[in-house]
Design a protein around this ligand. Structure first.
Ligand code: 13P
Ligand code: ZN
Length: 274
């Protein structure tokens, strides 16, 4: 159907989002990673261009409900700033085997390499979201945005406190993340432990703040997932500016949030209101 995998719209959408994140300054060096659960018809459209000769390798996690699924994933140690100009060198398509324990690269990373070191976190988050959203969510995005990281050095690492403050920073915030944001204390990245902690929170939240490290977002498509990251980072930036001007003097009240929820038909996380 295509002469190259690069022509497929899902690859173009992925590259556009990765580049936008890079242009925002959220991806210093190889910081951050992005994965997309490819639709059946999308993988069929490029199947003739894939190479199924490589060996399967352990994922480092078990994701049974993702067996035989395909993901478009950024490479470990690869720079987001290079994805647009050298796509095949920096991203890959991986296939999960029929046990949900192993993966193999079937396209991309042509100059060598392996998928992101956060593959266990990505796939465990996809696994949780597949169940929680009935398959609607397809994108998991990890970035290192400055202000979102900065607030984890001064605020208590508490989901309710951080969510409430970010909701207050911009009226659209409770509309865009009504369930709030989960917070994971500092942990060593890249392993199963942080993947388990994150995927537990992903059962409830679409965004997770990794203390002193970055943000993970989940979403239906590239635009919505990018938009969620963008909104969180903007709210965090407003908070940093408000603090630098002497701190909050007036804000949106909890009754205001309840009124907003009513008018916008939102189910706000009541546990995060006072
Ligand atoms: P990778 O280069 O392995 O994707 O790691 C970057 C990162 O942000 C780790 O958390
Ligand atoms: Zn990171």
């Amino acid at each position: 159907m295509y002469n190259s995998v690069l022509e497929a719209p899902f690859v173009k959408g992925y590259v556009k989002m990765a580049n936008e994140g890079y242009e925002r300054g959220w991806h210093e060096r190889n910081g951050g990673n992005l994965s997309y659960r490819i639709k059946k018809e999308e993988i069929e459209s490029v199947k003739a261009l894939l190479d199924f000769s490589k060996e399967f390798t352990p994922i480092g996690a078990t994701v049974e409900n993702l067996k035989n699924e395909y993901f478009l994933v950024s490479g470990s140690g690869k720079f987001f700033g290079n994805i647009k100009s050298a796509t095949e060198e920096n991203i890959c398509i991986v296939e999960v085997d029929d046990t949900g324990k192993n993966y193999r690269i079937v396209w991309g990373l042509v100059a060598g390499g392996r998928p992101t070191s956060e593959l266990p976190a990505h796939l465990m988050n996809h696994s949780v979201k597949l169940t929680a959203t009935n398959g609607e969510h397809r994108v998991i995005y990890h970035a290192h945005p400055v202000n979102a990281i900065a607030i984890t050095f001064v605020l208590p690492l508490d989901s309710k406190i951080i969510t409430h403050l970010l909701w207050e920073m911009m009226t659209e915030c409770p509309v865009i993340f009504p369930q709030g944001i989960g917070v994971v204390e500092w942990m060593v990245p890249g392993g199963e432990k942080i993947a388990i902690a994150s995927s537990e929170l992903m059962k409830k939240f679409d965004a997770i703040l990794w203390a002193h490290h970055g943000v993970f977002c989940s979403g239906v498509d590239f635009d919505l997932t990018f938009g969620l990251m963008d909104t969180i980072e903007k709210a965090a930036e407003i908070y940093v500016k408000v603090q630098s001007m002497g701190g909050i003097k007036q804000s949106i009240t909890d009754d205001g949030f309840r009124e907003l929820a009513k008018d916008f038909g939102l189910t706000l996380n009541e546990g995060f209101l006072n």
